[in-house]
Write a protein that binds this ligand. Structure first.
Ligand SMILES: [Fe+2]
Length: 144
């Protein structure tokens, strides 16, 4: 259970970092594709943000406290921080790579949850993986 709790906290912090980066890009994207990318990043951050509360409460349900501070998130997250405002195409590339990474991070927790018999939690994680595959598809399609 401790292994599941730790992996879940890492995935949760990573999801929060991913959400924040998508929102950050939504605010600051520039260029001739401003409107399309502003909207695409907007749809992504809203979807991911919508998962955050349920994710935290599932961490509570497996007996751990949910992290909720920037310093804890920065220690736990596996999504790289972005402090600069990159060009629009770099934003798309970065978020695509991060979304693909989220699938890998979530899959690790999924496997541990399955072994632990936490099928409710693994169902939730499978849905998060599906959501990130969709985000990856849309970001990847933008780069073609
Ligand atoms: Fe907005």
């Amino acid at each position: 259970m401790e292994k599941l709790q730790q992996a879940a906290k890492i995935a949760f912090a990573s999801e929060y970092s991913f959400y924040l980066k998508a929102h950050f890009f939504h605010w600051n994207v520039e260029g001739i594709y401003f409107q399309e990318l502003h909207d695409l990043f907007g749809n992504i951050y809203e979807e991911v943000y919508g998962s955050i509360d349920g994710f935290a409460e599932r961490i509570r349900a497996i007996g751990a406290y949910a992290p909720g501070s920037n310093s804890r998130f920065s220690v736990l997250t596996q999504i790289d921080d972005e402090t600069q405002v990159p060009p629009a195409e770099v934003m798309v590339q970065q978020l695509l790579q991060d979304s693909d990474n989220m699938v890998v991070i979530l899959k690790k927790v999924y496997d541990i949850a399955e072994v632990a018999g936490e099928h409710g939690f693994s169902n939730f994680l499978a849905e998060r993986m599906d959501a990130h595959r969709k985000h990856s598809w849309q970001l990847r399609a933008t780069t073609k």
